[in-house]
Design a protein around this ligand. Sequence first.
Ligand SMILES: Nc1ncnc2c1ncn2[C@@H]1O[C@H](COP(=O)(O)OP(=O)(O)OP(=O)(O)O)[C@@H](O)[C@H]1O
Ligand SMILES: [Mg+2]
Length: 414
Amino acid sequence: MRRIRVLIVDDIGDTRDSIRRLLQFEDDIEVLGEAGSGSEAILIAEEKHPDIILMDINMPEMDGIRTTELIAQRAPSSSVIIMSVQGEQAYLRRAMMAGAREYIVKPFTGDELASVISKVYEMDQRKRASLGEKFTDSVDSEARDGQIISFFSTKGGVGKTMLATNLAVQLASSGKWRVLIVDLNLQFGDVAVFLNLVPKRTIADLTQSGPIKYSEIQSYLLTHSSSLQVLAAPTRPEYAELVTAEQVGQILNEVKDKFDFIICDNISRFEDISLVSFDVATQIWLVVAMDIPTLKNAKLSLEVIDGLHHTSKVHVVLNRASKEMGMDPRDVEKSLGFKISHEIPSDGRALVAALNRGVPFVTSSPQSKASEAIRKMAAELTSLDMKGSIQAPPKEQGHGNKGPLKGLRRVFGF
Ligand SMILES: Nc1ncnc2c1ncn2[C@@H]1O[C@H](COP(=O)(O)OP(=O)(O)OP(=O)(O)O)[C@@H](O)[C@H]1O
Ligand SMILES: [Mg+2]
């Protein structure tokens, strides 16, 4: 007889133990694991496909309702039963909307719990039989043709991480795409900080663990509440040495067909690791700002990238676009000889407040102009016409000879 495989999710160890004890004499039920947090539950669900997940509602980090929502997307063959206390009725409706199949009110006896588990399992079996479905997780097993977007700049602080994390969250939160962000700023990567995640396991732990295979990589990913998966940078600068460019190439090749979008956040220098990410990338997003030193170096980078035969992948992203800079985006295009693909306005107040709360600004200030720009980027990326193409430089136009423009003309000679 096939036993019903159950996962217990509760942040309190004693509660998990007592639930396990309640089920220990049920011959047709097997507890296959326990999770102390929502993100751990998602990882186990994706890996082991339990039949039933017993879910607590109140958990720090990610609550049981959000976890249920993500499990419904990522491991749809598992059915969630919510364990609630009296008085949480308002949450129960939300939990059912999120995809939970049933609930049981605490405290409950072993018989009550076993009977709810059996009831949900039998209902699932009947439903599957009538649909003639095989017992598979289509979302997980489907091969994907991942777009790899590598964020780069020649100067630190132009907003790569800000844009990369917000774009990744925007894509992931639609629930339609599997999205991974890889922090390749190995010494001082701060993707996890931007997302308020604690990097218990990082890319450095992964490279020390043996052969790099997707089955292994999965257990090193963190899950953000938007369902974005995160491969965090090492927790200390000296651990950066533990990761080689070859390993980064292997990781990106392993995850390529498992995600729809893989966003890489690089350091602001050409070095082996950024070059590997350019090789594997389908698009390179060069982030620039409206100041002459940044533009001068961006122009040089475009030449280097051209020497590497990657020009067709390049998209120029102008961050902190503002009229107050005394420069027009068209001047930037002229200086670089490259069309700007995306412009993100400067929005210090919304962005810094969001950063300090560890919340992506697309979530905390959806009405801001910067969020609007990120949504536009995501919409363009997810539309059919998303192939990288060589961008023709804009047509020459007459120029004045004042302020920053004069400087631009001096440096770029137009
Ligand atoms: N559009 C914007 N409007 C206002 N402030 C911004 C904008 N984009 C980025 N910033 C600010 O710039 C700071 C630097 O951004 P970020 O850390 O993303 O840069 P970076 O390019 O990743 O830098 P590094 O190369 O050091 O990793 C952030 O603290 C953020 O507050
Ligand atoms: Mg950064």
